[in-house]
Write a protein that binds this ligand. Structure first.
Ligand code: F6P
Length: 350
């Protein structure tokens, strides 16, 4: 009996809500189109270590609302492993994969493009809560993170009001402040600090002055949101142990909220408290928007497999789902849309 054509699918980098919805959509539509679908475990590591499974309709049923990824994830790069590229090429050959669908953020998609250049038939799907991938309006996971951060800010606002405090929330956003801006806007935050706008001495003064003015006008609470990647006086703030995650060399960010909170309290004499949202914004069930976007991307990826659109990525442009070349995406960061930031800014303390 002739073997069905096969495709592989993997998730790499940090997880996010909506990955399973995309895996489900891609696998089910590919099966309908006559493919056998191989789920590769833990990103590129699964190809290096021959760790995979056949994804059936049954295995991919009932997962549209599940957080995380049923395939597991890692940031392992074949480029950093001796003979890694050849091992991946051999495995793709042995499995007979016509395409490898890679769900990734900027790092994983850049790696995917390099692997494509080395001969792997990669098709990308953009996912990251950070929403910092070029050529797509939104990425899978972003809207869920925004909702979680907005809920947290709403809760902080009520306790800020009770205690006459400045409440500061640190959210994720390594290179871009998308979560901070959208959640801050939705909550009506008094200040939003993002990596795109350096926190200089002058800007720090400005922020403190505005918070003090607000208090002197009789408004006794304020909400401040800061993205983890915001540099404080020219320096990125790293976690205390300066550690990295096991499979990456990128330094682990964290702590800018705490430092900023101390500075604000010291300079304004307003009682200030700091919370860090951390991994809560990356876990759990995806909101409806992320499920529908992930499903649309999964369906599109199968169409791209059929059309042999290797080296390309699914993307959202307005309300259209399109494919874009990965070389326009790699090693670049989509920074916050200034028009959106300016809307949020209209409601800052003044
Ligand atoms: O890329 C998404 C992200 O959530 C960043 O905002 C954050 O800095 C990073 O992942 C943390 O990833 P991990 O601790 O899993 O390596």
């Amino acid at each position: 009996m002739e073997r069905k054509p096969r495709i592989g699918i993997m998730t790499g980098g940090g997880d996010c809500p909506g990955l399973n919805a995309a895996i489900r959509a891609c696998a089910k539509t590919a099966i309908q189109a006559g493919y056998e679908v191989i789920g590769i475990h833990n990103g590129w590591q699964g190809l290096l270590e021959h760790d995979d499974e056949v994804l059936t309709g049954q295995r991919t049923s009932g997962i549209i609302d599940k957080g995380g990824t049923i395939l597991g994830t890692s940031r392992v790069s074949p480029l950093r492993i001796e003979n890694g590229v050849q091992r991946v090429l051999d495995r793709v050959d042995v499995l007979g994969l016509q395409a490898v669908v890679v769900l990734g953020g900027e790092g994983t998609l850049s790696l995917g493009y390099k692997m494509f250049q080395k001969g792997v038939p990669v098709i990308g799907i953009p996912k990251t809560i950070d929403n910092d991938i070029m050529e797509t309006d939104f990425t899978i996971g972003f809207q869920t993170a925004v909702q979680v951060a907005t809920d947290a800010l709403d809760r902080l606002r009520s306790t800020a009001e009770s205690h006459d405090r400045v409440m500061l929330l640190e959210v994720m956003g390594r290179n871009a402040g998308w979560i901070a801006v959208y959640a801050g806007l939705a909550n009506g935050a008094e200040e939003i600090l993002i990596p795109e706008i350096p926190l200089t001495e002058e800007r720090l003064d400005e922020v403190c002055e505005r918070l003090k003015r607000r208090r002197s006008r009789g408004i006794r609470f304020s909400i401040v949101v800061v993205a983890e990647g915001t540099q404080l006086l020219g320096k990125p703030i790293l976690t205390e142990d300066h550690g990295t995650s096991a499979d990456t060399t990128a330094p682990r960010l964290g702590g800018v909220g705490q430092m900023l909170g101390e500075i604000i309290e010291h300079r304004t004499k307003l009682e200030t408290r700091v919370s860090t949202l951390g991994y809560i914004q990356r876990g759990g069930t995806p909101v409806a928007y992320d499920r529908t976007l992930a499903t649309a991307f999964g369906v599109k990826a199968t169409e791209m497999v059929k059309a042999k659109k290797y080296g390309e990525m699914t993307a959202l442009k307005g309300i259209r789902i399109v494919n874009v070349p990965l070389d326009k995406v790699v090693d670049r960061v989509k920074t916050v849309n200034r028009a959106v930031y300016n809307v949020a800014k209209r409601f800052f303390a003044r």
